[in-house]
Ligand binder design. Structure first.
Ligand code: ACM
Length: 541
């Protein structure tokens, strides 16, 4: 970066752009009712609308609408022939932002690049006193380090409304995060409408109660549930798409499937002596229930895929695969028969066989499989992508075999973990552990000792918002921010990163989050807006 130290305060952008060169000449003054000139057709015009909205949200200033004319002022230019020197990702997502006293121009080869430039411009705008805002003169050339910059939300444990999801997508976009992973099915709730299997949501989306806040061993006696209709999901996917965010659905299997089995008991290991699964689980923790590995189950999965996958234009489908205890398969004569007839030596090989069948079904539907690192148990499919959450050795295991990985390690990216100075009140309860923003920032997603060629298979990283203790929108944002700001920079910024530099920019960025009404965690541990919501929002039929 060629930015000098004394000018540094003028570029409080998160994630930090790759190259910033300030000219020191007069800044560009943003004026109310200024037009945004969008050159390059409908896509440029659509992105320009985001600029108008972003400037309004962050500065309060209302620009005029968007036009397609050349001229000075604010210009967005889609230019497929533009040269970017940051490699393939800079072609896909890079942009160049040039500012002088007369003109602010964002140029990019793609709409996604323009959109990223818009996020930078909205953050570059700084108060010039009163209602005046200006943009410092200079050039920003920027592109991401990683293609996958993700956030996972577990709506299985706690459900969030479509409106809340859309707000989260806006906050992701501000930080140039581009992958929203929706964990849609769990032991504690199946959250997506499948028309062919209505009981998945009639039965599977509702639990009798939840663990009490601050006393996880007792139930609260309050029925809870909710699900997304397919229309809801279309809205979410469309809204995400307009912000260049890909939605990755996760349909968990073979474990974490109590809700599905409660709805359709024939999906479970019914021949296990004494086993009945008649209700969605009201408890947290790992459950023993797994899908049975029979043709009927694969038929079910195929039908679910047939209905749901067309809603998600992205390449990847997450199939979970984590925390699937083998106890029921060990006791099930049906599962043992499947093992024997397929020459599988143990239940881990059965899981690998299960995952490969599902992967074939995804390939037949034009999709790629991603799963938690347990998908290597019993043999990793050469074409699967692994989401690494436990030990870094699984990343090396996958990279050594030529597989792709996305890094989501508990050590740095489990945002359901607590932090120091958390108020000792029931509503602040967390799953445990401690993960500070600084620790998040210190993540280097490429494991030590891998070759440059292998490093290309590290697609990026993703923060995890497991939902057991995230029962309200205000708790969700408290757990997410500012840790997500740190991860965004880890995933975006090429080159050396320094905590002192980041934390200086972060304190200014918090003013932005205040303006947006985000209930982030302050340095003293308190929520910016005073509390985290007094309890879960009851969701009843
Ligand atoms: C996980 O946290 N069970 C992936």
């Amino acid at each position: 970066m060629s930015m000098s130290a004394e000018r540094h305060g003028q570029v409080n952008v998160i994630p930090r752009p790759v190259r910033v060169s300030l000219s020191g000449t007069a800044p560009f003054a943003l004026q109310p009712r200024m037009a945004v000139h969008a050159l390059g057709g409908n896509e440029a015009q659509a992105v320009a609308q985001h600029l108008v909205a972003g400037i309004k949200r962050l500065t309060g200033m209302q620009l005029a609408g968007v036009d397609g004319r050349e001229g000075d002022g604010v210009v967005l230019k889609l230019d497929a022939g533009m040269k970017n020197d940051g490699g393939e990702l800079s072609q896909r997502e890079g942009y160049r932002l040039s500012v002088n006293e007369r003109r602010v121009e964002i140029a990019a080869r793609t709409g996604h690049g323009l959109f990223n430039g818009v996020q930078t411009l909205a953050q570059l705008a700084q108060s010039a006193g009163g209602s005046a805002w200006s943009v410092p003169a200079g050039v920003v050339e920027d592109w991401p380090r990683f293609a996958w910059r993700g956030l996972q939300l577990d709506v299985g444990r706690h459900f969030f409304s479509v409106e809340e999801i859309l707000r989260l997508l806006d906050l992701m976009a501000l930080h140039k995060l581009n992958t929203f992973h929706m964990h849609l099915t769990e032991d504690q709730g199946w959250r997506v409408e499948v028309k062919r299997y209505p009981k998945l949501t009639e039965v599977g989306a509702w639990r009798a109660e939840s663990p009490k806040m601050g006393d996880r061993k007792s139930g609260d006696g309050i029925p809870y549930g909710g699900f997304y209709t397919q229309e809801d999901l279309k809205r979410i996917v469309a809204y995400a798409g307009e912000r260049f965010i890909t939605v990755v659905p996760e349909i968990e299997m073979p474990g974490h499937s109590t809700a599905a089995i409660a709805a359709y008991p024939e999906l479970g290991n019914q021949d296990v002596p004494g086993l009945t699964v008649s209700a969605v689980s009201p408890h947290w923790s790992v459950h023993e229930n797994t899908l049975n590995p029979t043709a009927k189950t694969f038929e079910f999965i195929g039908h679910v895929f047939d209905e749901l996958l067309p809603l998600f234009p992205g390449e990847y489908v997450h199939i979970g695969g984590d925390e699937a205890p083998k106890t029921q398969w060990q006791k099930s004569a049906v599962a043992q028969d499947v093992m024997q007839s397929n020459g599988l030596k143990d239940e881990h090989e059965l899981q690998a066989w299960f995952v490969r069948r599902v992967e074939e079904m995804l390939h037949a539907r034009g999709k790629r499989l991603i799963g938690w690192d347990e998908i290597q148990e019993g043999g990793l499919s050469p074409t699967a992508t692994m989401m690494v959450w436990r030990d870094w050795k699984w990343a090396r295991h996958a990279l050594d075999r030529g597989n792709q990985v996305v890094m989501a390690p508990t050590s740095h990216l489990y945002f359901d973990y607590g932090q120091e100075n958390t108020p000792a009140k029931p509503e602040f309860e967390v799953i445990g552990a401690s993960l500070t923003t600084q620790k998040v920032y210190e993540l280097e997603p490429v494991p030590d000792g891998v070759s440059a060629e292998q490093a290309k298979n590290v697609l990026g990283c993703e923060a995890q918002l497991w939902g057991e203790y995230i029962w309200s929108w205000d708790k969700l944002t408290y757990m997410t921010f500012p840790r997500a700001c740190a991860m965004a920079e880890v995933a975006w910024t090429t080159g050396e990163r320094k905590w002192e530099d980041f934390s200086g920019r972060l304190s200014k960025h918090m003013d932005r989050l205040d303006r947006l009404g985000v209930n982030y965690r302050r340095d003293d541990g308190m929520p910016a807006r005073g509390d985290v919501g007094m309890g879960r929002t009851p969701r009843v039929r």
